[in-house]
Ligand binder design. Structure first.
Ligand code: DCP
Ligand code: MG
Ligand code: MN
Length: 352
C-alpha cells in the first residue's frame, strides 16, 4: 500500500529498506503492531541516512534500530533475509494474504476460512458464506486489486463532476486520498463532496442520493457496498457512500482499442464547508501521517478528527474522553497546521 513513492529511491540504504519494508508488511498483515512499529521506525531512520549502513555496530549507533541491527547486517552481507524468506514460503500465510486481498475481508474472516479448510478463491466461491461486500470483492478480485492510473482517476472524477454539475451547479468535488498526495496510481478514488455555505452533512444528502441514483442508472456505479466500521465520530451516518464504478469507453483517456472495463473502488464523502479543512487533512492522509497529527493534537491537550480541531478536551485518568471540547478550527486546512504548531505540509509531503 502507498503507491509508488516509497521515498527510498536514491537512498544508499534503498535495498535494505526494501527488504525491511517487506518485513513491515508481513507484521502489519499479521496484526503485530509492536513489530510493525519497530520496523516502521527503523525504516524511517534509515531513510534519513546519507551513507550506507552495513554492520550491526553502525546500525546500533542509530536511533530506533534496536534488534533490527542484525537484520540490516544480514541483508547487506547476503542480499537477503532468511526470516523473511521462511515467512513468505509459509503456505498458511500465503492463503491468509490472498484472502485478505478480497475487499471486505479482514484477518479474522480470513483465518476463519482457513480453519474451515478453505485454501483458494475457488474454494470460497464454492463453499464459503459471503456477505455482499465479500461477494463483490471475490467476483471482481483482479479488477479491485489493480491500481488505478492517475489519468483514469481524473477521467472518473471528471465524469462524476459533469453529472454533479447538472444536479447542482454549486456543489464542489475534490479528489482526496493518495491522488491528492500526488500518487502515480491509487487503490481507490476518494471523492470529497462539499458546497459553499453548508454546515452539516445532512444538507448534502439529497444531492448525494440524486447523484448516486443517476450514476447507478447509467451503470457508471456498478455496486454499492455496506460500511460496517463507520466511526462513532460521524454523527448521523449517511455521510459516506462506498461502492464500485466503471469508466465508460467514451470517457477513456487513451486509445480506444486499449480500453477495458475495470471495476474500481470509489468513496463519496460528504463534507460541509465548515469542516472542509479537517476533512481535507483526514482524507488526504496518509493514514500514518494522520495518526501522528492526532497524536500531536492529543499531546497538546487538543483533539483532531475529520470534523475539526478541538480544545479543552477533558479526559479521565484512563485517558477516556469526557467532553468533546470546543471547536478551534474546522474550515481551514492551513490553520489546523498552524494551531497545532507544525510546519505546513503540502499534500505531496504527507506520505508518513
Ligand atoms: N484514513 C485514515 N485511517 C484509516 C483509513 C483511511 O486516516 N484507517 C484516511 C487517510 C487516507 C484516506 O483516509 O489517505 C483515504 O483512505 P484510503 O484507504 O483510500 O487510502 P489512500 O487513498 O491514502 O491510498 P489508496 O491509494 O490505497 O486508496
Ligand atoms: Mg484512496
Ligand atoms: Mn478510500
Amino acid at each position: 500500500k502507498g503507491g509508488t513513492k516509497d521515498g527510498a529511491g536514491n537512498n544508499p540504504n534503498a535495498d535494505t529498506i526494501k527488504v525491511l519494508q517487506q518485513m513491515l508488511d508481513l507484521h502489519t498483515q499479521a496484526g503485530d503492531n509492536f513489530r510493525s512499529k519497530a520496523y516502521r521506525m527503523a525504516i524511517a531512520t534509515l531513510r534519513t541516512e546519507t551513507k550506507k549502513i552495513c554492520t550491526v555496530d553502525e546500525a546500533r549507533a542509530l536511533p530506533h534500530i534496536g534488534r533490527i541491527a542484525e537484520k540490516i547486517e544480514e541483508i547487506v552481507n547476503t542480499n537477503r533475509l532468511r526470516q523473511l524468506e521462511y515467512a513468505l514460503d509459509d503456505p498458511r500465510r500465503q492463503t491468509l494474504a490472498l484472502f485478505m486481498k478480497i475487499y471486505g475481508v479482514g484477518q479474522i474472516q480470513a483465518q476463519k476460512w482457513i480453519s474451515q479448510g478453505l485454501h483458494t478463491l475457488e474454494d470460497l466461491k464454492a463453499k464459503a458464506e459471503l456477505n455482499t461486500n465479500q461477494k463483490v470483492g471475490l467476483d471482481h478480485f483482479d479488477d479491485l486489486n489493480t491500481r488505478i492510473p492517475r489519468r483514469e482517476v481524473e477521467a472518473l472524477a471528471n465524469y462524476i463532476k459533469r453529472r454533479a454539475t447538472i444536479i447542482d451547479r454549486s456543489v464542489e468535488l475534490i479528489v482526496g486520498g493518495s491522488y491528492r498526495r500526488g500518487a502515480e496510481n491509487s487503490g481507490d478514488i476518494d471523492l470529497i463532496v462539499t458546497r459553499q455555505g453548508t454546515s452539516s452533512t445532512s444538507e448534502l444528502v439529497p444531492f448525494l442520493n440524486k447523484l448516486v441514483g443517476t450514476l447507478t442508472q447509467e451503470e457508471f456505479l456498478t455496486a454499492a457496498l455496506a460500511s460496517h466500521h463507520d466511526s462513532a465520530e460521524e454523527v448521523g451516518g449517511g455521510s459516506k457512500w462506498h461502492g464500485c464504478c466503471v469508466l465508460p469507453k467514451s470517457a477513456f483517456p487513451g486509445p480506444k482499442e486499449e480500453y477495458q472495463p475495470i471495476w474500481r473502488r470509489i468513496d463519496l464523502l460528504l463534507v460541509p464547508q465548515s469542516e472542509m479543512g479537517a476533512a481535507l487533512v483526514y482524507f488526504t492522509g496518509n493514514d500514518i501521517f494522520n495518526r501522528s497529527m492526532r497524536l500531536l493534537a492529543r499531546k497538546k491537550g487538543m483533539r483532531l478528527n475529520q470534523r475539526g480541531l478541538f480544545s479543552d478536551v477533558l479526559r479521565d485518568r484512563g485517558g477516556i474522553k469526557m467532553t468533546a471540547g470546543t471547536l478551534l478550527e474546522g474550515r481551514d486546512e492551513k490553520k489546523i497546521f498552524a494551531i497545532l504548531g507544525v510546519r505546513w505540509r503540502e499534500p505531496h509531503e504527507r506520505w508518513c
